[in-house]
Design a protein around this ligand. Structure first.
Ligand code: WT7
Length: 654
């Protein structure tokens, strides 16, 4: 039986929930108004939620003017992020669990890491980093599975003022090498293998391959996690656990400026190579901790589980920095939702009495297809709030999540945000804002969304409207620059709509002022909640000797949200074949990683181009979507007949 979603329905929290919530409807309205009327006063107050070494006297100093974009928050304050996430809780929470680690294999016992233990392990790792010469401002690349050492590594970097850059363990050696080189990292921290779903990714082997393309001064710290055999290079590789055992159990933290970088995280843009998004210390931590507490209505004693990987920003803000700054108990899961069976998420919720559960629509859709019996087997009575992130959640998935996981009584928060925004931008606060399935609802405090006409760049003032989503003013969690390229930062986010931060998303605003994200309007696609630049996949494909040209677009995919659709023109004389299709898939996996593998490859003898040679992607998108009726004007094409051929041979016609 399929649950019938009602997309026009409004879901209100229960009176009991509202009574106990940090923020109710009245408080939201008052606080939001205050946050945009006088951001200095609002954030001066909420900036106090973290501990400062030197208190700030300045609050907001930001400029969105193209050519002069400059973003500073709390600029004369000093702090240490690691001390905020650990040391300041030691008086009241030393023996409270900071991190619950749930391993890939449920037969391996889970770990409960207290704040005291977190301080010791983080200190030991910080001392090892210092011993290999890592200093304040140096870059450290982290390429690890979802193991406690990933948390220690992040917090150890923050402790000594090093800037971490996590590379998701699903990225290939080439992608890893590019990131190590782009930020000129001194050290890479990796593990022997990353077990996931019973399979093992050879991280050390990947790192060995990557380091062939990097400076030979880069040191490699290795966590022997599975204990399987690995290749070892004596002068370069260091056994991290062993060094941590030998290191001192305490490391003092250093005083950092509010605007000193905390981390770099590479993400895909619409053009060129991945962009190194830079987040700094003070504003980011204020914003990550405040959103974690209020969006999920986190209370002391709750167990918070964000199922993301620390390789994505969601893991940075909502597994590590937000929850730990709040003294929360955060769950870190090494595995996948379907191993050893499709009930794993719910088994873990029951086992650790999870209070807030935060996942992506793609996971919900894939579990939905396997039937509700996997959910019903487990006791989910501890759940209070459910969250969704990464892509629009379709009403069917929302309804399934609500009915089977939330039993119709738990608020669902659909959080819209980006790597660039550091934390939630549009989201219901669960005790304050009624949900509508598929809408990210209203802005978080301090966020001023505007809807613009994509053609004229005029702001749509009317409530009910549609257009591109921009943000009119800065908020503390905003990225500050792109690593080493402030010009590209301005070009990418502030050039299109002058005076505004451009999200890259389209949206609709309904009569209640609720926002509905309609998806990216640029050449970025969203595959299973992972962001991918079509240009990146194209350049991987054309790097293959048999490929002359490639054009990549997204198309609707039942589980992944969007799939990767590649049109490939082969070199003269090369014949298409299934073997070649497999070869190209493998090639892209190797160049970027498994997440970039095309779902469909269509052989295209020609691509639709204008007379000036520009590929008309609009047409390619329509064909990939099986939407041939609305191809629009094709008369400007150099050779309109290529379109007929592409339609004729559209993959997986249904
Ligand atoms: C893009 C950002 C930081 C969140 C994880 C992804 C899409 C994100 C939603 C949502 C509709 C969403 C947007 C955005 N997106 N959350 N709740 N509803 N779309 O971060 O990799 O930086 O991707 O994800 O298109 O621009 P990211």
């Amino acid at each position: 039986m399929k649950d019938q979603p009602d997309a026009s329905a409004v879901y209100k929290p229960s009176d009991d929930f509202v009574a106990n919530a940090h923020v109710d409807a009245g408080a939201y309205a008052k606080m939001y108004a205050a946050s945009v009327a006088d951001p200095d006063a609002f954030w001066a107050e909420h900036g106090q939620r973290i501990d400062w070494i030197q208190p700030f006297t300045k609050v907001k100093n930001t400029n969105f003017e193209f050519g002069k974009v400059d973003i500073k928050w709390f600029e004369d304050g000093t702090l240490n992020v690691s001390a905020n996430c650990i040391d300041r809780h030691m008086i009241t929470r030393a023996n409270q669990t900071a991190i619950i680690w749930e391993p890939d294999d449920p037969k391996t016992p889970a770990l409960h890491i207290t704040y005291a233990k977190l301080l010791e392990e983080t200190s030991r790792m910080a001392n090892v980093l210092k011993s290999v010469g890592v200093k304040k401002g140096d870059r450290v690349v982290i390429y690890l599975p979802m193991i406690p050492e990933a948390a220690y590594a992040m917090l150890a970097c923050a402790r000594i003022g090093a800037i971490h850059s996590i590379v998701f363990a699903g990225f290939s050696p080439d992608a890893l090498a590019n990131r190590i080189n782009d930020c000129d990292a001194k050290v890479v921290i990796t593990a022997d293998y990353a077990p996931r779903g019973g399979k093992k990714t050879p991280l050390k082997d990947n790192t060995d391959k990557a380091l062939l393309h990097c400076s030979d001064r880069v040191k490699c710290l290795v966590v022997k996690h599975t204990g399987d055999q690995i290749h070892w290079i004596a002068d370069r590789d260091i056994d991290l656990r062993q060094q941590m055992d030998w290191a001192k159990p305490y490391c003092p933290y250093v005083e950092m400026g509010a605007e000193d970088p905390l981390f770099i995280l590479y993400t895909s843009g619409s053009t060129g190579k991945p962009k190194g998004v830079v987040h700094t210390s003070g504003g980011y931590l204020v914003y990550a901790s405040m959103t974690q507490q209020l969006t999920f209505d986190y209370h002391d004693g709750d167990v918070f589980w964000c199922t993301a990987d620390v390789g994505w920003v969601t893991g940075h803000s909502y597994i590590i920095y937000g929850p730990l700054a709040n003294g929360a108990t955060t769950l870190m899961f090494e595995g996948v939702p379907t191993f050893p069976d499709a009930g794993r998420f719910w088994e873990v919720c029951a086992k650790h009495k999870v209070s807030q559960f935060y996942t992506a629509p793609t996971a919900i859709r894939s579990l939905m297809g396997l039937g509700p019996e996997w959910v019903e087997k487990h006791d989910l009575s501890s759940l209070k709030v459910l969250g969704s992130v990464g892509e629009p959640i379709n009403p069917e998935a929302w309804n399934w999540y609500n009915t089977h996981v939330g039993k119709g009584t738990r608020p669902i928060v659909d959080t819209f945000w980006q790597t660039e925004t550091g934390g939630h931008m549009l989201t219901p606060l669960p005790g304050a804002i009624p949900a509508k399935p598929g809408s990210a609802t209203l802005p978080f405090f301090g966020v001023k969304p505007v809807v613009l006409d994509p053609a004229t760049a005029k702001v749509h003032d009317e409530v009910e409207t549609e257009g591109v989503l921009c943000i009119a003013d800065s908020w503390p969690g905003q990225m500050r620059t792109l690593w080493g390229d402030h010009e590209r930062f301005q070009e990418a986010y502030f050039a299109q709509y002058k005076g505004y931060y451009f999200t890259g998303d389209g949206c609709r605003r309904d009569a209640d002022g609720y926002y509905w994200i309609t998806g990216r309007v640029d050449d970025v696609i969203n595959v299973s909640g992972h962001r991918m630049g079509t240009a990146e996949v194209e350049s991987a494909l054309v790097a293959h000797e048999k490929v002359a040209e490639a054009a990549v677009v997204g198309y609707p995919h039942d589980i992944k949200g969007q799939g990767i659709y590649a049109y490939v023109t082969l070199m003269k004389g090369v014949e298409p074949s299934d073997a070649l299709r497999k070869e190209l898939e493998a090639f892209v996996r190797q160049e970027i990683g498994p997440i970039a593998k095309p779902d469909l490859i269509q052989w295209a003898p020609g691509l639709p181009k204008t007379r000036s040679g520009k590929i008309m992607r609009r047409i390619l998108r329509k064909i990939a979507e099986n939407d041939f009726g609305s191809l629009g004007d094709t008369s400007t094409l150099a050779d309109p007949s290529v379109v007929d051929d592409l339609i004729e041979n559209r993959m997986n016609r249904h």
